[in-house]
Design a binder for this molecule. Structure first.
Ligand code: GSH
Length: 280
């Protein structure tokens, strides 16, 4: 394609198309992959949901496990799912599942060896958002959502790049990474030991630092039987953060951290975003 995107695959799905693209990313300084669901051409498009996945994921986890396409087709929602990190032979990595390639953490690294490629915050909120608006959505508005560390990525994107988004939602988000093992490990690696820099990428800290209420509508679902609920700062700390505006936090009895939980409530999230996108 002349715009630098290469179509890797395309499958008809609920009258729309599930597509997968690769492109060179200047922020990631490497090839990058993302998936796009386009609703049926006969359905008026209301906007875009940008989805961020969590640790151990790529662009395919949501596409193949969340079961979002049927409702997205009905509502006229485009869904864009980026990979969760830069990848490739020349890209830094770590043997652990919670650091490096595939460990979705949406910050701009300043520390070597990560800083050559790990600029996921700018990739999502500058480069990919531009591609979405120019190539897929005809300038239509964007909502953002995600799961776990991707749920946190959605929250900090909405908090730090508010101008791009209409609404934000998350499943089991790591809302306070400065205070939990997954977050502390990744923030120290990507940003160094200065904890002041960490606070700039922490949803609770960003809310507490604000001088006014955050006005984008927020929906959060959290499984009450999530195995990480008490250890990885899932959801609870945001309940006491300052400057929250319109927020709906729901604890869902019996649900764990998996994509079975995501698939059970994704319809509510898509309807929530479609309502806000269509009100614009
Ligand atoms: N230690 C766990 C943690 C990883 C994990 O639970 N990842 C979540 C996001 S934090 C996930 O969505 N995994 C991929 C999937 O279920 O498809 C594992 O490796 O299975």
């Amino acid at each position: 394609m002349s715009d630098g995107l290469t179509l890797l695959s395309e499958n008809k799905c609920f009258g729309g198309t599930q597509q997968r693209y690769s492109h060179y990313s200047k922020y990631l300084n490497s090839e990058a992959i993302f998936s796009v669901f386009m609703p049926p051409v006969s359905t008026p498009t209301v906007g875009v949901v940008l989805w961020l996945s969590g640790l151990t994921c790529n662009d395919q986890n949501f596409v193949t496990k969340a079961g979002a396409q049927r409702v997205a087709a009905e509502l006229g929602l485009i869904i864009v799912c980026p990979d969760t990190s830069p990848r490739g032979e020349g890209v830094a990595n770590d043997e652990a599942y919670d650091l490096g390639q595939g460990a979705g953490f949406y910050v701009d690294a300043t520390e070597r060896p990560w800083s050559d490629h790990f600029k996921m915050f700018s990739y999502i909120n500058i480069e990919l958002i531009d591609i979405i608006k120019e190539r897929f959505s005809d300038g239509k508005k964007v909502a953002i959502s995600g799961h776990s560390m991707g749920g946190h990525g959605a929250l900090i994107s909405a908090l730090k790049a508010t101008e791009h988004y209409i609404s934000v939602s998350a499943f089991a988000p790591i809302v306070n990474p400065v205070a939990c093992p997954w977050g502390q490990k990744a923030l120290a690696a990507y940003l160094g030991e200065n904890e002041e820099a960490w606070r700039e990428y922490d949803a609770c800290e960003l809310l507490n630092m604000r001088s006014a209420a955050f006005t984008l509508p927020i929906l959060i679902d959290q499984g009450a039987s999530d195995e990480f609920l008490d250890t990885q700062c899932l959801t609870k700390p945001i309940e006491s953060a300052s400057n929250l505006g319109l927020i709906d936090i729901r604890y869902q009895n019996g649900y764990d951290h998996s994509y079975f939980f995501v698939s059970s409530f994704i319809e509510d999230h898509l309807r929530f975003h479609a309502e806000h996108l269509s009100a614009m």
